[in-house]
Design a protein around this ligand. Structure first.
Ligand code: PPY
Length: 357
């Protein structure tokens, strides 16, 4: 396959605009991809990492911004899709990093609201505090001390629980109680999900690669531990990836011994074809961008729409429940995979918005 160039990426992308900002003093490049403003100003997290080259960073920003468009459209949030990728040199020193974030904040501010952001891979709520110094009011997910709504893990977990409930009803005709659910990763979403599931009397097991997290959940909380190398082949009712992306692929899908996959991790499918591989095996896959919408919804709802945490939880649970039910109905009727069904529904909503304007 020929290597991507900036030109070929721009040619094949269906989004609106890309802002490429060289931050020369720090040797970084800020890339803001605005995929769609059809439903409202674009929103999406800021991913900061080291990339092998500029086209790789641009490809990531373009792909991730499109997912945000679908994510918001699927749950009827009046928000467009965007994403920022900051390609940085390895081992950025912390003072330099803060300068870069401030520069980035000014850049966002200068766009006057067409793009708002929040945390993503490689950035934290503390980083949002720094970006907001110059980027406010277009920065979500600051620390509570600086007026933010705090960790988005718990609202995200509310959405995952709602997804698990729908899938249990549809597939097993019952509640999550007594269902064997295997949670991969006990970060801020996975840990909260385990708490919620135990409160519903589910049979939970977990896996993680971090020794301290394993010791806590296995020895203090007494949750069954599954070794990470056995996670895919371990029989369960539902597998819930809540950590890494790309875990559903050509190698792992044949090993799966579950009826469904419902988790919060971003980009769970290794490649597009994996949705069809799961479908062919009769394993229901709840599209990640539907199940994990609670993070973005919670931050935006609580910080700019005046929702309380209780109201955010209610809206997130309803949004995930309704969109999963709709897509399961469509997938069944058309005998198509769930990812395709979810995208079709989101595309229809975007087309309706087009027709109205
Ligand atoms: C995501 O859900 O993947 C995000 O990027 C989260 C987000 C979206 C919009 C504003 C803040 C955070």
């Amino acid at each position: 396959m020929a290597a991507d160039t900036i030109e070929s990426l721009l040619q094949s992308w269906d989004g609106e605009s890309v802002i490429l900002h060289p931050d020369r003093p720090r040797g970084a490049t800020i890339i803001i991809a605005i995929h769609s403003t059809r439903l409202g100003p674009a929103g999406g997290g800021t991913r900061m990492k080291n990339y092998p080259d500029l086209p790789s960073a641009l490809r990531d920003a373009m792909r991730l911004s499109a997912v945000m468009t679908y994510k918001f459209a699927a749950v009827n949030m009046p928000q467009g899709g965007g994403k920022c990728v900051i390609a940085v040199p390895p081992n950025l020193e912390s003072g330099v990093r803060a300068e870069l974030l401030r520069r980035y904040g000014s850049l966002i501010h200068s766009f006057g609201g067409i793009f708002s952001t929040g945390p993503d891979v490689g950035t934290t709520d503390k980083d949002m505090d720094v970006i907001a110094e110059s980027g406010s009011p277009y920065v979500f997910g600051r620390t509570p001390a600086r007026g933010g709504s705090g960790n988005s893990g718990p609202p995200t977990a509310i959405g995952v629980l709602a997804g698990l409930k729908v899938v249990c009803e549809e597939l097993f005709g019952g509640a999550v109680a007594q269902k064997r659910i295997l949670v991969q990763g006990v970060g801020s979403v996975g840990a909260e999900l385990i708490r919620l599931l135990r409160a519903q009397s589910a049979q939970v097991a977990f896996s993680d690669v971090d020794a301290r997290a394993v010791a806590h959940w296995r020895d203090v909380e007494h949750v069954e531990f599954i070794s990470p190398d056995k996670i895919y082949e371990t029989p369960c009712d539902i597998f819930s990836p809540c950590a890494l992306g790309g875990v559903l692929n050509e190698k792992t899908i044949p090993q799966l011994a579950c009826r469904a996959v419902v988790g919060s991790a971003n980009n769970q499918l290794g490649e597009e074809r994996d949705a069809e591989r799961l479908h062919a095996r009769g394993i229901f896959y709840a599209p990640d961008f539907i199940v994990n919408v609670g993070g973005a919804m919670g931050l935006i709802g609580m910080e700019s729409l005046g929702w309380s945490r209780a109201e955010a939880d209610k809206r997130i649970a309803a949004a995930v429940t309704n969109s999963l039910r709709d897509l399961m109905r469509l997938a069944k009727k058309e005998n198509i995979n769930s990812e395709l069904a979810a995208r079709r529904i989101a595309e229809e909503k975007l087309a309706q918005a087009n027709a109205k304007s």
